[in-house]
Design a binder for this molecule. Structure first.
Ligand code: EPZ
Length: 421
């Protein structure tokens, strides 16, 4: 079990290159199932979850080959499906596997996908995915922990309204709708940039989609989709994470290959907290502005609100800000596992239901801590970079799921960080 050992107190300086977004690459890989022609993806991040998704589509009949030249370039080719089953041992490791459900139903008229089961940050049901597919004419049964879906006469367009936005359900239904008979309208759709990126790929494959990125997405089904080439958009969560790394260590980083506006609502909250963010050539610069960090209240919201995937990282920053910060998590039931670990480093945080009150302290102190989920893990790394002394972070396989070469990128800008087997 690898560990990370960090010796804090070093302001970070230099350039960090942002990788492709994990949460855009995963649906894009699933989308390749929709056609029997090659789909070539670029800027695919080299993270564990992408590897898991590639293994899953390979089981279904896709050949996935790394193409020379640009980094992260993968050619996906599914001349025919050899299976329609996403097995439990794969799905339990990565909930996003459920994104093959829509494409399998659209292409083959049937699918057998394991229910994802819960995960550290909450039960995370897929009821919105299933209800939407039923409205499109699929028959769904839950048998032995598996979703057994059939649409023998193909899927038909439908009017679907979500009670609350869901990124995965929006992606699954948009992909299913591209090959359905007729038009599908999804109301209260998720608006994340990763949805827009998926729509860009599907449009390049010949799909007819309007409104991606707004709360009403309309898809007019077509007979078949063709292959395409597509570059995955940069990872806004990784970009936000490194902007916070610059601020929390009192350094200055050039965040390359990610436009500043990708940060959405997090941008103004970071500025309010005393982080200087400036547009720059092919990216932006992030630094602690006048040396002082201020406590700022944050409520996580679906895009374009403050991203839940940046909540833990922002909390780490607030631990050493002046004054207090109330951080409210509205998307997931249990996304405060980083709190007890940050408290072991001297943070002063009290949790009441979905809100955490952070009272800033002068300095954090290094301590052995444990990672619990992807974003909680990186918040511990951020705290360790700012803390006095040595921090040892265990169970960092969580980090490897979503951050490409984290310790290499941090070491390259001055962090004293190493991976210990
Ligand atoms: C995506 O997860 C992201 N994952 C998550 O990032 C991100 O935190 C989340 O969207 C933000 O909403 C990928 O894109 C692979 P949701 P997803 O459906 O699609 C509830 C990371 O760290 N819900 O938008 O699973 C659900 O329980 C990960 O990279 C239902 O009730 O999230 C949650 O409370 C973590 N029924 C809320 O909606 C459903 O059918 C938002 O979930 C689906 C979701």
């Amino acid at each position: 079990m690898d560990r990370l050992v960090v010796t804090g107190g070093v302001p970070l300086h230099g350039t960090v290159r942002i990788s492709g977004a994990k949460n855009a690459a995963l649906p894009a890989i699933a989308a390749a199932l929709l056609t029997d022609e090659p789909v070539e993806l670029e800027n695919v991040p080299d993270v564990v979850d992408v590897g898991s998704m590639l293994r899953l589509v390979q089981r279904l009949g896709t050949s996935a080959t790394h193409v020379g030249g640009a980094p992260g370039r993968i050619r996906l080719f599914t001349p025919e499906l050899v299976s329609v089953e996403a097995p439990y041992d794969l799905v339990r490791r990565m909930r996003a596997s459920v994104l093959v459900l829509g494409p399998l139903l659209a292409r083959a008229g049937r699918a057998r996908v394991s229910l994802p089961g819960g995960c550290a940050i909450g039960p995370r049901p897929v009821d919105l995915h299933l209800k939407g597919l039923e409205r499109m004419g699929a028959t769904i049964d839950l048998v032995d922990g598996y979703i057994e879906a059939t649409a023998p006469r193909g899927l038909r367009g439908a009017e679907i309204e979500f009670p609350q936005p869901s990124v995965g359900a929006t992606e699954n239904l948009v992909m299913a709708a591209t090959l359905a008979r007729g038009t599908t309208r999804i109301v209260n759709a998720a608006r994340e940039p990763e949805i827009v990126d998926l729509a860009r790929l599907l449009l390049a494959m010949g799909a007819k989609i309007e409104g991606a990125g707004t709360d009403v997405v309309t898809v007019e089904g077509v007979e078949r989709l063709a292959g395409a080439r597509h570059a995955i958009l940069p990872d806004r969560i990784e970009a936000g994470t490194y902007a916070i790394a610059a601020a929390i260590t009192g350094g200055r980083l050039k965040i390359e290959n990610a436009p500043l506006e990708l940060l959405g609502a997090a941008r103004e909250k970071l500025v309010e907290a005393g982080v200087e963010l400036r547009e720059a050539e092919n990216g932006f610069e992030a630094a602690r502005a006048n040396g002082v960090l201020e406590g700022v209240d944050v409520v996580t919201r679906p895009y374009p609100g403050f991203a839940t995937d940046l909540q833990a990282q922002f909390m780490a920053l607030m631990c050493i800000a002046r004054g207090a910060a109330m951080i409210t998590e509205t998307i997931f039931e249990n996304r405060f596992m980083h709190v007890p670990e940050l408290m072991r480093m001297g943070a002063r945080i009290t949790v009441h239901g979905g809100s955490a009150l952070v009272r800033g302290v002068e300095r954090l102190k290094g301590a052995p801590v444990m990672a619990t989920d992807l974003r909680a893990s990186v918040s511990l790394v951020l705290a360790a970079l700012a803390a006095e002394g040595r921090t040892e972070i265990n169970r960092i396989y969580h980090l490897d799921r979503g951050y490409e070469s984290l310790e290499r990128k941090l070491a390259a800008v001055g962090a004293r960080i190493e991976r210990v087997p």
